[in-house]
Write a protein that binds this ligand. Structure first.
Ligand SMILES: Cc1cc2nc3c(=O)[nH]c(=O)nc-3n(C[C@H](O)[C@H](O)[C@H](O)COP(=O)(O)OP(=O)(O)OC[C@H]3O[C@@H](n4cnc5c(N)ncnc54)[C@H](O)[C@@H]3O)c2cc1C
Length: 460
């Protein structure tokens, strides 16, 4: 089938806004958030229902056309942008955006893939519940994209990754089969838990069209604190102390190096409410019970006495808490304004964070003179954004290897939460053990034997 008869066939499956072929209208879909990856597509297809998605995917399978699913296009691995010469369509889930149900008693919601994450969070909040996945791109990222990347964010320490929040899933398979498993069950051991394969597989195994998500009680009280700590070792001692004393009420524990704060001041005009320190910790605890703030202040006093922290400030109002979080949220922008950098989103076992940071920083300094490591991240779950500010002429591929080799020395992961997409497909092939890669290829071959779902991503 030639391209124009294929597009005519798609037209019969969609409403008048479902098929976009004008280059200007397609353009924003064909470049990623950071402007690093650009691709080409026969059309941008915008179905309204799961049945339309299924019909479009079936037509693509018949015509030998590949399908690139796209949500909010905020992914940081180039996963939602077409790559390669194969004829492909970009399938945007944006119009499947209904919140079908919020169940306050059952503490869950059923939502379509194209719903903006923030809209879903607001609907949960209106029912007195919390949808705990939260990330800086939540005003644009969509539920389907968040599920397909198994997104993390700032609350993983307490509530887990997105995977832990998905109770039921509706997906379209490579041949166009629609599988509805939107079961609102907490316990379901009846057979394989196949939905896990689709969570975090970045659109390479199927298309997510809707999900049932677990909600939690909305905490009524929270406390946010910024602490100066002498070293990453001290930060981990502090983490243990806080977890011992306030248990799983600690929802965020971010470790930030001193350089980040220099950059915030120099490039964003943001000032630290503490004297400069080599490392800082931004932590938050929340609870339904009153008294959490007093408890955390008591624990932090103990940490200061034990010299796990040298200084600290506890937010005394919601506005001050927001100011503390603004410091964390502006690090990437401050870094961008400083000049070029190479970003790594890695994880290592929590107890190895101090040794990893020292090892990787020394390796970068030795191999790439003039490079400066800007290290920050969700240390409470072992996830470090090990970004490196680079002088002109730095070999970026060699720098990636320097950092990822350090990650490998600690049995870590080269992608903690941002995924593989096209950006890290080569690195995945280099670092993933052969037996695991072979298993991944068998799963891909079983679910997408013709390689039509998001080609060139994850397994390139
Ligand atoms: C400022 C900023 C901050 C961020 N912070 C975080 C963070 O803290 N933690 C984190 O984990 N990520 C973070 N991200 C990355 C990104 O926001 C997440 O990966 C998000 O989950 C992507 O959602 P999306 O709807 O934009 O997906 P897209 O970018 O559209 O797609 C991402 C991948 O999923 C696939 N996909 C999208 N929708 C579907 C679907 N319905 N079915 C099948 N496949 C699909 C795409 O093909 C692609 O491979 C951040 C990004 C930005 C720009």
């Amino acid at each position: 089938m030639d391209a124009s008869s294929f597009l005519s066939r798609l037209e019969t499956l969609l409403d008048s806004r479902g098929l976009v072929t004008a280059p200007d209208d397609m353009a924003p879909h064909l470049v990623d958030w950071r402007g690093l990856f650009r691709g080409e597509a026969l059309a941008v297809v915008r179905p309204r229902t799961a049945q339309e998605v299924a019909a479009v995917v079936a037509a693509c399978a018949e015509a030998g056309v590949a399908v690139v699913p796209q949500g909010g296009n905020t992914g940081l691995a180039g996963g939602a942008v077409p790559v390669g010469p194969a004829p492909q369509i970009l399938l945007s889930l944006s119009r499947l955006n209904a919140i079908r149900k919020v169940d306050r008693v059952g503490m869950l919601m059923e939502v379509e893939a194209g719903c903006i994450l923030q809209t879903a969070q607001e609907a949960a909040r209106a029912a007195g519940r919390l949808l705990p996945v939260s990330l800086a791109a939540e005003g644009t990222a969509q539920v389907g994209g968040v599920i397909s990347t198994n997104a993390g964010g700032i609350n993983v320490l307490r509530y887990g990754m997105t995977r832990q929040l998905v109770l039921g899933l509706e997906v379209v398979l490579a041949d166009g089969t629609l599988v509805n498993a939107l079961r609102p069950l907490r316990k379901d051991n009846a057979g394989y838990d196949w939905k896990q394969l689709f969570i975090g597989s970045e659109g390479t195994l199927g298309l997510v069209t809707a999900a049932v998500l677990r909600l939690v009680p909305a905490p009524q009280h929270k406390v946010t604190a910024l602490l100066a700590v002498p070293s990453p070792e001290a930060a981990l001692a502090l983490l243990n102390r806080v977890q011992d004393e306030v248990g799983d009420q600690v929802s965020a524990f971010e470790l930030i190096c001193g350089l980040s704060f220099d950059l915030l001041k120099r490039n964003c005009g943001l000032d630290l409410p503490l004297a400069p320190a080599p490392w800082l910790v931004l932590m938050q605890a929340d609870s339904s019970l009153a008294g959490i703030a007093d408890k955390v202040e008591e624990v932090l006093a103990g940490a200061l006495e034990a010299e796990e922290a040298t200084d600290g400030v506890v937010a005394s109002s919601e506005a001050q808490a927001r100011q503390l979080w603004a410091l964390r949220e502006h690090i990437t922008e401050a870094e961008q304004r400083e000049g070029p950098s190479v970003k790594h989103d890695v994880s290592v076992p929590i107890a190895d964070i101090p040794a990893f940071l020292a090892d990787a920083e020394a390796a970068v300094a030795a191999a790439h003179p003039g490079a400066r490591a800007n290290m920050f991240g969700h240390a409470g779950d072992g996830n470090i954004h090990f970004n490196v500010l680079i002088p002109p002429g730095t070999d970026k591929a060699a720098l990636n290897r320097t950092v990822h080799d350090a990650v490998a020395r600690f049995d870590g992961s080269i992608s903690a939460e941002h995924g593989i997409g096209q950006y890290r497909a080569g690195e995945l092939a280099h670092y993933k053990p052969a037996a695991e890669l072979a298993l991944m290829r068998r799963i891909k071959a079983a679910l997408d034997p013709d390689g039509r779902l998001n080609p060139g991503k994850v397994l390139a």
